[in-house]
Design a binder for this molecule. Structure first.
Ligand code: ZN
Ligand code: ZN
Length: 366
């Protein structure tokens, strides 16, 4: 069964609770989540009794196949204008002002000004962002299986890197590009984001860019962060490898990150406050005197996008729910020396955390 009708219904309920007559969804990932549409220009309008999918002439045929569950309207190239026309029609029908919700974080000031001018007094534009993102944070079984499958390919990719390809003697960039090709050979549609391969001091940058001219030496640490895309769903995983002997400080830091990561995994339970989960890892790292060497949030949701709700961080709010799929990825970054990050993908369930990633976490020498 296609899940789209249920998603649209849940969104309509939320829109109604905000007193909206119509909600305009214009961000493509959200449109895809709600309707199944895979083209590059589409929008979706949801109201108590209306579900209208809009696209332009290029996608009319595709929409017939991909979006069979909803009314389809061929709009102009500017979807927003077409959506507004539907809202204006609604206003005519009911002879009263229509409240049209839109996502303020995905609309330019210019687009908003244009809409507002045409809307006049007849349609009130109401900022109502984040509603679809909230729905997306809780995955259904089909989505969880897709993420599991994407994770399994990424795990195969890691196993291939560890046991067949190796790290030392190649440049960071060579490895990043090889991983991209190999992911496709293994059945992925691609990587979730350009792979991070960062040796020694480059690993101390959480968002390191693989260097073209940096040949990975023996006896250092290498951070590898990657995920795979399969059927639009993504995965995300980081492992830190050794290319030989590493010194006592690096070994201690590895143990510290691993134990902080495992403590946070155990805390990844439905109902847990997202800040409290972050704090479990942060406190463990701070207790070892390295609090200032862990400068990013503990994790993030993963699904159609590699960074989505919920966020686990000191500044985040809310609590985890069964159905969330989040990363748990503490790190310790020692400037000019090395970085260590360990990241697993976790499905939050009523029975406890299901760790999807299957790559071991003891320090592997590659
Ligand atoms: Zn990652
Ligand atoms: Zn991540």
């Amino acid at each position: 069964m296609k899940p789209y009708v249920g998603r649209a219904d849940r969104l309509a309920q939320r829109a109604e609770r905000l007193g909206l007559d119509l909600l305009l969804v214009s961000q493509l990932v959200n449109v895809r989540y709600l309707t199944g549409f895979t083209g590059t220009n589409g929008a979706f309008l949801v109201g108590p009794a209306r579900r209208v999918f809009l696209t332009d002439f290029r996608y009319v045929e595709r929409a017939k196949e991909e979006v069979p569950d909803f009314d389809r309207v061929r709009g102009r190239e500017d979807m927003l204008e077409s959506a507004l026309e539907i809202a204006l029609d609604a206003e005519r029908d009911r002879e009263g002002r229509v409240r049209l919700g839109f996502d303020e974080s995905h609309m330019t000031v210019r687009a908003h000004a244009k809409l507002a001018e045409r809307a006049g007094d007849r349609v009130e534009l109401v900022p109502a962002g984040g509603l679809v993102e909230d729905l997306r944070a809780v995955k259904d079984e089909g989505e969880v299986s897709a993420i599991r499958a994407a994770t399994a390919i990424a795990d195969d990719l890691y196993r291939w890197l560890i046991s067949e390809h190796g790290l030392a003697g190649h440049t960071e960039r060579e490895i990043a590009l090889t991983l991209e090709r190999r992911a496709q050979d293994l059945g992925a549609d691609g990587l979730s984001f350009p792979a991070i391969v960062a040796a020694a001091a480059n690993g101390a940058l959480p968002h390191a860019i693989p260097r073209r001219d940096a040949v990975i030496p023996r006896d250092t640490l290498v951070v590898v962060d990657l995920g795979c895309v399969l059927d639009s769903y993504r995965s995300d995983c980081t492992r830190t490898f050794a290319t030989g002997e590493i010194d006592a400080e690096a070994r201690d830091c590895y143990k510290l990150v691993r134990s902080a990561q495992e403590a946070a995994l155990a805390a990844t339970q439905p109902g847990a406050d997202v800040r409290a989960v972050d704090r479990v890892a942060r406190d463990a790292i701070a207790a070892a005197g390295r609090g200032d060497q862990f400068g990013h949030g503990l994790g993030h949701g993963v699904g159609l996008e590699v960074h989505e709700a919920p966020r686990l961080a000191p500044s985040a709010t809310g609590s985890l729910e069964a159905g969330n799929v989040v990363t748990i990825e503490p790190g310790v970054y020692v400037p000019e020396r090395f970085g260590i990050r360990i990241e697993d993908l976790v499905h939050v369930t009523a029975e406890g955390p299901e760790v999807m990633t299957s790559i071991p976490k003891e320090l592997i020498v590659v």
